[in-house]
Design a protein. Structure first.
Length: 582
């Protein structure tokens, strides 16, 4: 069985190495740029801002200018984050989660096409009113989804699917998952039927839920394959509602591993989570609900200053590792603060400073001190002691090679840490410049030598080493001028014809900074063109993936090396690719 998981429903934009604080402002300004897969601006792209849980209500709108730039004022505050979506004619919609205060966001919109087909049962009869989802594959397309619903004849049409490999999936009631991995070089036909693979029944029973609270109970279901997490299409897309009765049942589902976690704002569950091994012919899970005891759900902490005195007014966040659930509290006059969590004792949680003026420090087992994010096991009987240190900030300006402001480029602050050899420099903060090329990275208290690194489509630069002065809250860095970046571009042809929707990779021998990977990937456009921008000068290798990988056995043509190039710094290298038709 071949199923692949897109790590996020949306493409995460901007940097958030430190968790964002709840905003104090009443409105915000959101700016950014929209480009295509070749790095060229997308003019007149439509930008829509919504709030999670109310995606049908647009709270702010904007339009990109002729150079792809946009600026939206009067964006109302959100309790957690915004969802921002860019759309334009002939290209795949692109979305991002944005936290407050919003950083500039760069949208990359690949060319798109239409996928249509018919969903049928095994006997050939059509399936009506069934959700169908296309999920793009590949690192440069990851997280892109397009949804549709079949009509009375089982026909579906999915518009805006990115060119490139994609998985098209649906659930056939009573017969299970229908799934195909296809290439999308343009408009294509993709008929679906249930997979011929071992299945089981996933049955989740939750006892003790009062009838009036059933609508508030959700069940998180995470399926895992042999090599990667899976993604099911609706209505099996991870979260199920208990609804009437005490049973959630999906049947027939693939015989893979399942991780299940009930969730509620008013109830606790025993056990908190269950896993079922892969290959089980029967997959039944039993949970018991009880009224949530806030004293059991409460995570307590105390904040003091460097002299050990209680410190009031420090805002602290609580989250699950990797994000997800978040809660905030502000320390009282005696330094105390408490969070009421939706997860129970024994869960792994993270405490962090949500105040740019303070950095948290705490004692770890053995007596040593740790700084930054406090990873802990949730224990309601323990009060976490936190020490607040006055934070520092680094600010500066980034300039293009011609000394114009470098707008919306990513900036990384690195620390020299000999404890992590052979890695010499470690990234500790990230941000994005504004339209004037300015950046600010706050909430920091690092020891040792530091440097600012910039790398991206417009070029790269590495600043001089420096150290924070504890007596100075803000350290202004000298302006950084980007070195001209190289460009590698060409046309891919297969059998003499332009090949759209094919993944082309570039391995760089000497990447610059953590934002410039040693392996870049793009997808050819409708005319087979590809382009890599922001390439550091030096040797690099051009590769092509003309086939579609299989989870169990990689396609023999999964990756083909087509050229080894020596790219001059700031230069432009043309490299057309000719491949035989298989």
């Amino acid at each position: 069985m071949r199923v692949r998981f897109a790590t996020a429903a949306l493409l995460l934009a901007g940097a958030h190495a430190q968790a964002p604080a709840t905003p104090d402002a009443t409105e915000f300004v959101l700016e950014g740029r929209v480009v295509d897969m070749r790095g060229e601006p997308v003019p007149l792209a439509n930008i829509a801002v919504t709030i999670p849980g109310a995606e049908s209500v647009v709270v702010a709108r904007g339009t990109a200018d002729g150079d792809g730039f946009f600026r939206i004022g009067h964006v109302p505050p959100a309790s957690e984050r915004w969802t921002v979506t860019a759309t334009s004619e002939g290209r795949a919609p692109t979305a991002a989660w944005i936290w407050a205060p919003p950083q500039p966001v760069r949208f990359v919109q690949p060319d798109a096409a239409m996928v249509r087909g018919v969903l049928r049962r095994r006997d050939g009869t059509p399936v009506a009113a069934a959700p169908v989802r296309a999920t793009s594959q590949g690192s440069c397309l990851q997280g892109r989804r397009v949804d549709g619903v079949t009509d009375r004849e089982g026909q579906f049409v999915l518009r805006g699917v990115a060119l490139g490999p994609a998985e098209v999936a649906a659930v056939v009631p009573g017969q299970g998952l229908a799934l195909r991995t296809i290439a999308v070089p343009g408009d294509v036909v993709c008929d679906l039927a249930p997979l011929d693979a071992p299945t089981t029944t996933l049955q989740i029973r939750i006892a003790g839920v009062p009838a009036e609270q059933r609508d508030g109970v959700t069940v998180l279901v995470l399926p895992y394959g042999t090599r990667r997490a899976l993604e099911f299409p609706p209505p099996w897309d991870q979260v199920a509602r208990l609804g009437d009765g005490d049973l959630v049942e999906w049947t027939p589902v693939p015989q893979v591993e399942y991780q299940v976690r009930p969730m509620s704002a008013t109830l606790a569950f025993e056990p908190g989570e269950l896993k079922m091994r892969a290959g089980a012919e029967s997959c039944r899970m039993q949970f018991t609900a009880r009224p949530r005891d806030d004293s059991v759900q409460r995570c307590a902490a105390r904040v003091v200053d460097t002299q050990g005195k209680p410190l009031a007014g420090v805002r602290v966040g609580l989250s699950m590792p990797g994000g997800g659930y978040r809660s905030f509290a502000t320390s009282a006059d005696d330094g105390s603060l408490a969070f009421t969590s939706t997860v129970g004792p024994g869960s792994q949680m993270v405490l962090y400073s949500a105040d740019q003026h303070w950095v948290l420090e705490w004692q770890i087992p053995g007596g040593a001190l740790a700084r930054g994010e406090c990873h802990m096991t949730f224990d309601p009987k323990t009060t976490v002691e936190l020490r607040a240190l006055a934070a520092c900030a680094a600010t500066g300006t980034v300039l293009l090679p011609d000394e114009r402001p470098a707008a919306h480029v990513r900036v990384v602050l690195e620390v020299h840490d000999v404890r992590h050899l052979p890695v010499r420099w470690l990234a500790i903060a990230r941000t994005t410049t504004d339209r004037a090329g300015r950046y600010r990275m706050g909430g920091l208290y690092p020891d040792g030598d530091l440097r600012v690194v910039v790398s991206g489509p417009d070029g790269d630069a590495i600043g001089d080493e420096f150290q924070f002065d504890e007596g100075r809250a803000v350290t202004e860095q000298a302006p950084l001028r980007l070195r001209p970046a190289a460009t590698v571009e060409g046309v891919l042809r297969i059998g003499g014809e332009p090949a759209p929707g094919i993944r082309v990779g570039l391995r760089v021998d000497q990447p610059v900074g953590p934002w410039s990977s040693d392996r870049l990937q793009v997808v050819t456009d409708r005319t087979g063109r590809f382009r890599f921008v922001g390439v550091p000068g030096g040797a690099c290798t051009l590769t092509v993936r003309p086939g579609i990988e299989d989870e169990a056995e990689p396609h023999p043509d999964a990756e083909v090396t087509v050229a080894t190039l020596d790219v001059p710094a700031g230069g432009r290298r043309m490299s057309d690719v000719e491949l035989p038709r298989r």
